[in-house]
Design a protein around this ligand. Structure first.
Ligand SMILES: O=C(O)CCC(=O)C(=O)O
Ligand SMILES: [Fe+2]
Length: 366
């Protein structure tokens, strides 16, 4: 046997302490934890059980974990270049909407949905699905495909918020978002601020500043920062950030001269019966249902003909109630209240102030 084979087999022999496997996974950091797939995992599409174990451990602990080396870089670059071209078009659309005000420079832009752009490596990445099915149960449902583009020139940060503000079930996992970064990111180009551990720290009604949105009360921000402070982590190009939908986070201004793009892909547990749907071309149905292994397409609306993703209105409903959807229109965002009053006030008017993010307290000296 060649010496390298001997070393490999010795290295990969599992070791145990008190009946538990000592996991041998490439990882770094603690707030948040970043796990790096081996090249063998990347190329084979097979995630090692120990990698799953670590991902599950930190996902449950923090509501946020990063997985590097899950997507071939050439695919990531290709999509980034297409999406920055799309952004020029998208910003001209009447229905486009800056998330939390124009100063943030943050827009939700649906990635291209033409067949040639629908790579499984993004939307049903085998490593991503393996974690989803272990969290959510069999055949997790794909129900949201979008992205957040933080455009250069943004000057304002978002309020710290949870993307869900309904009476979510008190069950460890029922839905999650996977953010895939299409470029190396950090504080300089507006990587998302995340608050590890906040997915289960407080009750929904208790933490929310108001009933109809997920912004967090100042007193809770100040209190929680002492438990674990918020961070803007460094995230590598092509990394997948798994985020519990309840987690506190905030979009941050992009101070660089290049767009910061992160895909946002949501999967839900079947039992949750999420009413949201996402559009994909009918011409891809057979291929997707054959090749995107392990997922349910019950939440896909198959569209006959070409889809111009820039003309698809933003549509969101992460609750269990079909009536509570949010829909992008040329008159603004229509939510449940807007449908009743005819006035589309969602995400308008309220300014983000220092009441909406953490401000470090100056130590009192005696
Ligand atoms: O783009 C980001 O970093 C986060 C944006 C966000 O959280 C939102 O718009 O809800
Ligand atoms: Fe958000």
């Amino acid at each position: 046997m060649a010496p390298s084979a001997i070393i490999d087999s010795v290295e990969s022999a599992p070791k145990y302490v008190d009946g538990a496997v000592i996991t041998n996974v490439d990882k770094h950091g603690d707030n948040p934890v970043v796990i790096r797939l081996s090249d063998e995992e990347l190329h084979s599409g097979k995630t090692k059980p120990e990698t799953i174990q670590e991902l599950l451990k930190y996902y449950h602990r923090d509501g946020f974990v990063v997985l590097e080396n899950a997507i071939p870089e050439a695919l990531v670059d290709r999509l980034y270049n297409r999406m920055i071209q799309d952004n020029v078009e998208y910003l001209k659309k009447k229905h486009m909407h800056w998330n939390q005000g124009a100063d943030t420079g943050n827009v939700s832009q649906i990635p291209p949905l033409e067949p040639d752009w629908l790579d499984r490596d993004f939307y049903a990445n085998p490593h991503m699905i393996r974690l989803c099915e272990n969290l959510l149960g069999p055949k997790p449902e794909l129900r949201f495909i979008n992205s957040n583009v933080s455009c250069p020139g943004g000057t304002a940060r978002q309020a710290v918020h949870s993307d869900v503000h309904h009476a979510w079930p008190e069950i460890p996992a029922w839905g999650l978002v996977m953010n895939i970064y299409l470029q190396d990111s950090g504080p300089e180009n507006g990587v998302t601020e995340v608050w590890c551990g906040t997915h289960t720290a407080y009750r929904q009604k208790e933490q929310q500043a108001t009933v109809d949105r997920g912004w967090i009360k100042k007193e809770y921000l100040q209190k929680q920062a002492k438990v674990k402070p918020p961070v803007q982590p460094k995230v590598r190009k092509g990394a997948i950030c798994f985020r519990d939908l309840r987690l506190w986070h905030a979009g941050m201004p992009n101070k660089s001269d290049k767009h910061r793009i992160m895909l946002a892909i949501d999967y839900f547990a079947q039992w949750y019966q999420c009413p949201m749907t996402t559009k994909l071309p009918l011409s891809m149905k057979e291929k997707i249902e054959r090749e995107w292994e392990g997922i349910s397409t019950a939440g896909v609306e198959w569209i006959d003909g070409e889809i111009n993703s820039l003309d698809v209105p933003f549509y969101l409903n992460m609750t269990q109630d079909p009536e509570l959807y949010l829909l992008q229109t040329e008159r603004g965002f229509q939510d449940h209240k807007g449908r009743q009053t005819g006035q589309y006030k969602f995400d308008t008017g309220t300014k983000v102030t220092d009441q909406n993010y953490w401000t470090p307290e100056v130590e009192q000296t005696a």
